[in-house]
Structure formats: structure tokens, C-alpha cells
Design a protein around this ligand. Structure first.
Ligand code: NAD
Length: 385
């Protein structure tokens, strides 16, 4: 009998159809010497049946049994408040747990003696961390899905067409923010035949944009130092934001479709499409704000999960775009978690080594303390919300 039990629960947040483990990945966990137990129905919204998990070597149980038996719990999104009380002391729980927004939860996880692993904090530029990079795997899905949503809402063609009745011009697609989601959006819009332009404040993204066959939008007087730490963007000063806005407004007005994906870690997403820019767009244009969340988005007035039509322009607020392709996003995510557990499980037991660069970054609580220095600092300042 295995010493270690890895559990998976049905996700509790509204609209979350992803699941942290898919049948295909179960054998990678049992190969670590672990038993795998999954809550009945946990994969159903992503079309993975209980029978498929059992056939792959997992056991299906009710929620109480999963909590009672698991030393490791795998999640997609943060659990509902109070979950800490149901977990055994010393349990390791891992997921995209949004540590910047979850001060109260982090304190409760630490007090409960849980080991909390936040894949959101992975040092992504380390090559050995790339197999665990859940932000990338999910952003890839989001970028693809954003373009599919836009193409569905746009009432014109994406590709150029030469027909007997005349030529159809290709759609002009503008992608704002060219991290992982933005690059996937560019590639997807190009595959559909659109003419694609893109913009980001990180100068290093220019070559990536061009290599995908898109045009990089050079804004006059724009930054040469938009990069912050860890490959992420930094927040712009108010003066820089104004300069960016004026120049961007003109480019936006010429676009048929705009996909926005800009994020700055731990901050509200920057607003890139203003009310004025929206008013200058042609009726029938479509914007998908993939950065839209309860904390705001890149587009004035966008709302997560809603389509708002103003002056004939549709603004689609992406709300958990990866969950709209739950089978694909869950499969990629489960592979990320299997790679994580390969690092953390040694000889059939969880072993945490905070001196390891990857573990030191992603382990947020361990042994009754908040171990990640960045998150500990935020909690001390009271800036985590
Ligand atoms: P993200 O989701 O944090 O942000 C998306 C994009 O928005 C970024 O490219 C950012 O520069 C851009 N942005 C922010 N503010 C903006 C503004 N005001 N105007 C225009 N664009 C703005 O980014 P991400 O997809 O998580 O990627 C972050 C970084 O990590 C990138 O440098 C990416 O190349 C890097 N990365 C590296 C690896 C790797 O080395 N294996 C893997 C994944 C990501």
C-alpha cells in the first residue's frame, strides 16, 4: 500500500469547469509511489468521467474521504474560505492560489500547518521550471480562446478572399500585450488569415511578434525600459500612461478586432482601450478583454463574463477563458502538476527544500510559517487584500 495519498477535489469557484487531474496523468502520480483519490464528479465539467479515472488507476470517493485521506491536495483555483479546517495538518495543497489577493487565506493556511504551493509564483525563466509552468499553459489556452470568441462575434471574414464577386479585405486584428496569451492570440489570428499588429511595453517582445508574422506597433516616444523583474512588465507612471494612451487610440480606431491581454503582476491590469478609443471604433468592431476580472481589465467598461455593446462595438469581457476549453486546459495543467510533484515527492514522501530556487519561490506556507519572503512582506505591510 502506498504511503502517500494524493487527492483531487471538485473545484468550488463559480464557473470553474477545469479539474486539477485528468485520467491521462494519473499514472504519472502513481509512478511516484502514491495512491490517487478523486472526488466523484470532479472531472465531469471537463468531460472526464469517474470511470476513466478508475481505469487509469485512481480511486473515486466522496469529498469527506478525499479531505480525510489526502496528504497532498491538488487544485486549480483557490478553495472556498474554511477549507483549511477540513485539511489534515501538514497537508500540501498546490494550485494557482492567487497569493497576492489572499492574505486572510494565507494566514489561515499557515496557522493550520499546511504546506501551500502557489504555481503563480513559479520563476518562469528557469528552464527546469518550464514543465511546471501553469501560468503559461493556461495563458496559451486563453490567447487562443480569445481569438475564437472574437471571430465568432465579428460579422466579417478574418482572411482575405478573392471571389467572383470581388475581393474581401482581411480583418485588421490588434493584440495588446504580447506575453504568452498575446503571442498565442497573434498566432491564432494569423492562422485564420487576419492581418495582425501587436504592441507591448517590453521591448524584447518586438522580435517575437515579428517572428509570428505580425507587425509590431511602434508608438512614438514610447518606452525603451518597460520591463520589470522576472521578465514581467512594470507599472507605467501616470505621464507614461497618458502618452501611451494617445498614441494607442489612433491604432485602435483603425482595427476591426482588438484582443487585450496586458497584466502587471500583483497590480490592477492597465487600461489600454479608453472610452474615447472605443467611441472612435467602427460599428461592428469587436474587442475581447482577456485581462478582464473583478479587479478591472484593459478596456474601459469591460465586465468579466459579459458582452457590452456600445455604439455598435462589442466588448467581450473574458472571464476565465481557460475554463471555456476545460478539457485542453485541465490536461495541460495536470501535466504541470505532475512535473511539480516529481520535484516534491522523494522516495514516496513529500520533501520540501526551501533552499531550492523553485521551491523557495512557490512554497508560501510551510511548518506553521509564511516562508515566501515576498508574500510575508505583503502580509506584514497589510497590502495583500
Ligand atoms: P503577463 O500575463 O504578466 O502580461 C501580459 C503582457 O502584458 C506582458 O507581455 C506585459 O509586458 C504586457 N503589458 C503589461 N503592461 C502593459 C502595457 N501598459 N501596455 C502593453 N503591454 C503591457 O505576461 P506573461 O504572459 O505571464 O509573460 C510574462 C513574461 O514572462 C514575458 O516576458 C514572457 O516572455 C515571460 N515568460 C518566459 C517564459 C520562459 O522563459 N520559459 C515562459 C513564460 C513567460
Amino acid at each position: 500500500m502506498a504511503d502517500l495519498t494524493i487527492g483531487v477535489l471538485r473545484e468550488s469557484s463559480a464557473g470553474e469547469s477545469r479539474v486539477a487531474l485528468v485520467p491521462e496523468v494519473v499514472p504519472r502520480l502513481t509512478a511516484l509511489g502514491a495512491a490517487v483519490v478523486i472526488e466523484a464528479g470532479a472531472g465531469s465539467a471537463a468531460h472526464f468521467t469517474d470511470d476513466a479515472y478508475v481505469a487509469a488507476g485512481a480511486e473515486v470517493a466522496d469529498v469527506a474521504a478525499v479531505y480525510a485521506r489526502s496528504e497532498v491536495l491538488l487544485r486549480v483555483a483557490p478553495p472556498a474560505p474554511g477549507a483549511a479546517e477540513r485539511m489534515r495538518a501538514g497537508t500540501l495543497h498546490a494550485g494557482l492560489l492567487r497569493p497576492f489577493e489572499r492574505a486572510a487565506d494565507i494566514n489561515s493556511w499557515s496557522t493550520a500547518g499546511l504546506t501551500t504551493v502557489c504555481l503563480d509564483l513559479l520563476p518562469r525563466t528557469l528552464s527546469r521550471a518550464q514543465t511546471m509552468d501553469a501560468l503559461t499553459s493556461q495563458a496559451n489556452v486563453a490567447g487562443y480562446r480569445a481569438v475564437i470568441r472574437a471571430a465568432e462575434a465579428y460579422q466579417g471574414w478574418f482572411p482575405m478572399l478573392m471571389t467572383a464577386a470581388g475581393t474581401v479585405k482581411p480583418a485588421e486584428v490588434l493584440v495588446l500585450g504580447t506575453g504568452v496569451a498575446g503571442l498565442q492570440a497573434i498566432a491564432t489570428a494569423r492562422r485564420l488569415g487576419a492581418r495582425v499588429s501587436a504592441y507591448d511595453i517590453r521591448p524584447s517582445s518586438r522580435d517575437e511578434v515579428i517572428s509570428l508574422g505580425a507587425r509590431f506597433v511602434d508608438l512614438p516616444g514610447m518606452l525603451t525600459d518597460g520591463a520589470g523583474t522576472g521578465g514581467y512588465a512594470r507599472e507605467l507612471t501616470p505621464e507614461e500612461q497618458q502618452g501611451q494612451q494617445r498614441a494607442l487610440d489612433e491604432v485602435i480606431a483603425r482595427s476591426d478586432v482588438v484582443i487585450t491581454t496586458a497584466q502587471v503582476p500583483g497590480r490592477r491590469p492597465p487600461q489600454l482601450v479608453s472610452v474615447q478609443a472605443l467611441a472612435a471604433m467602427r460599428p461592428g468592431s469587436v474587442i475581447v478583454d482577456a485581462a478582464s476580472s473583478d479587479h478591472g481589465g484593459n478596456v474601459a467598461g469591460s465586465e468579466p463574463g459579459r458582452t457590452i455593446i456600445t455604439g455598435g462595438v462589442s466588448v467581450i469581457g473574458g472571464d476565465n477563458l481557460p475554463a471555456e476549453m476545460a478539457a485542453a486546459s485541465s490536461t495541460a495543467y495536470a501535466r504541470n502538476l505532475a512535473a511539480l510533484l516529481k520535484l516534491l515527492v522523494v522516495d514516496g514522501k513529500v520533501e520540501i527544500d526551501l533552499t531550492d530556487e523553485v521551491q523557495g519561490a512557490i512554497v508560501v506556507t510551510h511548518g506553521g510559517a509564511v516562508t515566501n519572503p515576498v508574500i510575508a512582506g505583503l502580509l506584514e505591510d497589510g497590502t495583500g487584500s
